[in-house]
Ligand binder design. Structure first.
Ligand code: ADP
Ligand code: ADP
Length: 237
């Protein structure tokens, strides 16, 4: 589903972000990328939906080289790719429900969303997804009245409402305490298993990665230094 072919990225100031990355990720996989700060994990993830632009190589998402995309093609790609961030990226003053249904933005268009012209089906979908992460009781609360873990669950509901082919989570638990981190990881894993949505998660703790990943990609200085199932981690590192 995703193929990196000799992919490199050098930032405009000359800093290397990725160096010759070759990786294939199959549909339905739950992949965790681990590495120290600055290893290139964010750059890896952000290349996939072209939040950053690789400078060399090829990167296929469902048979389309994303390096060739612009305008409409890029918008279509981003509708297929759901993003989850460390700091949740919710609209603070908006309700949990409004934040969740905004996952439909890529499908309805901005103008319709401004006038709240979501279909009944979209509204039901948003509600169902809030139920899936057990946060529906807060549906009319402002997003910023929720705890970090609750906000991250809302951001999972929003991504589900987007109906993506792929979920990219960039340090989704880095701002949360350990029990809450596990809860969020369990929801991500559950969604991956139930809906078979390919999921790539960046983490900086290897033990957390070992607990949830099917496959681990280790990065250092922009390079992939390990790629294999959890069972191989201890042998090789
Ligand atoms: P990680 O997510 O593993 O912390 P990043 O992908 O953020 O790593 O960073 C990889 C390298 O690219 C680091 O050296 C970082 O400083 C650099 N980098 C990241 N973003 C930018 C940017 N916008 N401009 C220049 N350098 C950047
Ligand atoms: P992360 O570890 O999640 O990548 P960082 O703290 O490294 O977060 O980066 C925060 C922001 O600063 C990101 O948008 C990243 O692209 C940018 N950034 C990181 N390193 C550099 C750098 N050396 N020069 C310019 N921007 C950078």
């Amino acid at each position: 589903m995703i193929t990196f072919k000799d992919l490199s990225l050098v930032y405009p100031n000359g800093t290397p972000g990725l160096k010759n990355v070759n990786v294939t990720i199959n549909e339905g996989e739950f992949v965790v990328i681990v590495g120290l700060s600055g290893a290139g994990k964010s750059t890896f993830i952000r290349s996939i939906n072209r939040m950053v632009s690789p400078t060399e190589g090829e990167l296929y998402v469902e048979d389309e080289n994303v390096l060739d995309l612009k305008g409409k093609g890029l918008r279509k790609l981003r509708t297929k790719v759901g993003m989850i961030f460390q700091n949740y990226n919710l609209v603070n003053r908006s309700s949990v429900f409004k934040n969740t249904i905004s996952g439909r933005l890529g499908h309805t268009g901005t103008l319709r969303s401004i006038f709240n012209l979501y279909s009944k089906q979209d509204k039901l979908r948003a509600y169902e997804n809030l139920k899936r992460v057990n946060i529906e009781e807060y549906i009319y609360q402002r997003a910023d009245q929720l705890s970090g873990g609750q906000q991250q669950r809302v951001s999972i509901a929003r991504v589900l409402t987007q109906d993506p082919k792929l979920i990219l989570a960039d340090e989704p638990v880095a701002s949360l305490d350990p029990p809450t981190s596990h809860q969020v990881m369990q929801y991500l894993k559950k969604v991956n298993q139930e809906d078979n949505i390919t999921t790539i998660v960046n983490l900086h703790f290897i033990d957390m990665a070992m607990e949830y990943a099917d496959r681990i990609i280790g990065m250092r200085d922009g390079e992939v230094v390990f790629d294999g199932p959890v069972s191989e981690v201890n042998e090789k590192t």
